[in-house]
Design a protein around this ligand. Structure first.
Ligand code: PMP
Length: 457
């Protein structure tokens, strides 16, 4: 049955008119991919845009429409698209070969750069993605502590491996999601974000190998970590003999050159990385205390008489990804990159809140660093952009949206030349300049007008 919210919508009609090339590709894609897409976050009704090329803070779709980009390669592109220094490093590496089936100099330099920047990184192991990195981190934690269970926080995202699925977007009771074994789900103890008693009770069982979290909070701060919570976790895990694992897949090299651990001053035992660490190419890593990495070491295992954890991965430390990652990290370490993106974040949040106030809307733009979230107030609470405190709300409310709001806002922003992500919100790069800010804010005001004329707000 056709969705009347889509068929009767002037926003959807205008979007279809603007993006015929994307619509044609999305129809073709339906034959090859479930829902026509290759990543769940690209699910958009009636269809998402198909991008042809990108540069700096901008990207163009197959119909040559230009967008200011806040998807930012899912957070990977703090330097913006095609940074010339990264592009040159990639081309030079590519010209020398894409896979040697052997160790190479760039992986050594890349790891040295990570160790210089990330406070916890005594040792590093590269993976091909963040999902692999978090999988390895929990395996290391279990093997190191010889304990069975991991604490995760409801709604926090750590990739799609089996340990990370229940309780992220559903199954908040911890039961197994489709295709995940009950035994695997039972090895994860879910606790509400910022729930100190929940953590303490779980640690008191003596079964907890480690606690993993997005350090700035679920979805890069959509449900922020409460002040003092990281310090609490550091002390509580240490006292209980469990490992603290920061999932810095998004926050690493973004909130500060040394990530959330530098920003907060709390050093975890292990940290997981992807995205920025590989400069916009596929890649990830686990980093942390040297002693924990002995579990991956042939010689240490033999000498110590313990079982080594096996770890392969065809594309671990791939030379092209290593070149991109090393170039990106050096630029970030040189300074100015994170600060610039963070300052733009402050201005963007303030400008969005000005627009919400002018529109008389009880929504709020919030977030920290270079991430922005728009709270669309699904329960119709009496809040406003000026005094919005996300920690004062039940955490699930921050994940929900007013009916139709996120989807229609996304389409209305695309119509106005801005690609916000579906939270709604986005991540910012150091390639975002003042003129992009002004254009984004004008687009947001126009988008709100469209939403109002369609009765969404
Ligand atoms: N952890 C966090 C915090 C993430 O945001 C993501 C990806 N969005 C992942 C892990 C998984 O990384 P990947 O997509 O590279 O597997």
């Amino acid at each position: 049955m056709p969705d009347t919210a889509l068929t009767n919508s002037p926003i959807v009609a205008a979007y279809r008119q603007k993006t015929p090339g994307s619509e044609a590709l999305s129809r073709r894609a339906q034959a090859s991919f479930p829902s026509g897409i290759t990543h769940d976050s690209r699910h958009l009704e009636p269809y998402g845009v198909y991008i042809d090329r990108a540069e700096g803070a901008l990207k163009w779709d197959v119909d040559d429409n230009r967008y200011i980009d806040y998807f930012g390669g899912h957070g990977a592109l703090i330097l913006g698209h095609n940074h010339p220094v990264v592009a040159e490093a990639v081309q030079a590496a590519y010209a020398k070969g894409t896979h040697f089936g052997a160790s190479h100099a760039l992986e050594v330099e890349w790891a040295e750069q990570v160790r210089k920047m990330a406070p916890c990184a005594e040792k590093v192991r590269f993976t091909s993605s963040g999902t692999e990195a978090t999988l390895m981190a929990v395996r290391l934690a279990r093997a190191y502590t010889k304990r069975p269970k991991i604490i995760r926080f409801r709604t926090h995202f750590h990739g799609w491996n089996d340990h990370m699925a229940p309780g992220q977007a559903n199954h908040y009771d911890g039961t197994a999601t489709a295709g995940v074994l009950d035994g695997v789900a039972a090895g994860v103890t879910l606790v509400d974000p910022n729930d100190r008693e929940g953590v303490e009770a779980a640690l008191a069982t003596g079964e907890i190998a480690g606690v993993i979290l997005e350090p700035t909070g679920s979805s890069t701060g959509m449900i922020p970590s409460a002040p003092g919570f990281l310090e609490f976790l550091r002390e509580a895990t240490q006292a209980a003999g469990a490992l603290l694992i920061f999932d810095e897949v998004v926050t690493g090299f973004r909130v500060a050159p040394g990530g959330a651990q530098e920003d907060s001053g709390v050093t975890p035992d292990l940290a997981t990385y992807a995205k920025i660490i590989a400069g916009g190419l596929p890649g990830g890593a686990v980093a942390g205390k040297a002693e924990i990495f002995d579990l991956l070491d042939f010689e240490k295992a033999r000498a110590g008489g313990f079982e080594k954890i096996g770890h392969q991965g065809t594309y671990n430390a791939n030379p092209v990804a290593a070149a991109a990652g090393l170039a990106a990290l050096r630029l970030i370490a040189a300074g100015g990159v994170c600060d610039k993106a963070n300052a733009y974040g402050d201005s963007l949040r303030a400008g969005l809140n000005d627009a919400l106030r002018d529109a008389g809307l009880k929504w709020a733009a919030y977030g920290e660093h270079s991430a922005v979230h728009i709270f669309t107030n699904p329960e119709g609470r009496d809040i406003g952009p000026d005094d919005f405190d996300p920690l004062a709300l039940p955490f699930m409310e921050l994940k929900n949206n007013a009916p139709g709001a996120a989807q229609k806002l996304r389409l209305a922003m695309l119509l106005n030349g801005v690609d916000f992500n579906g939270w709604p919100g986005g991540t910012i790069s150091a390639a975002h300049e003042d003129e992009h800010l002004a254009e984004t804010l004008t687009a947001f005001r126009s988008a709100l007008d469209l939403l109002r004329s369609e009765g969404v707000i």
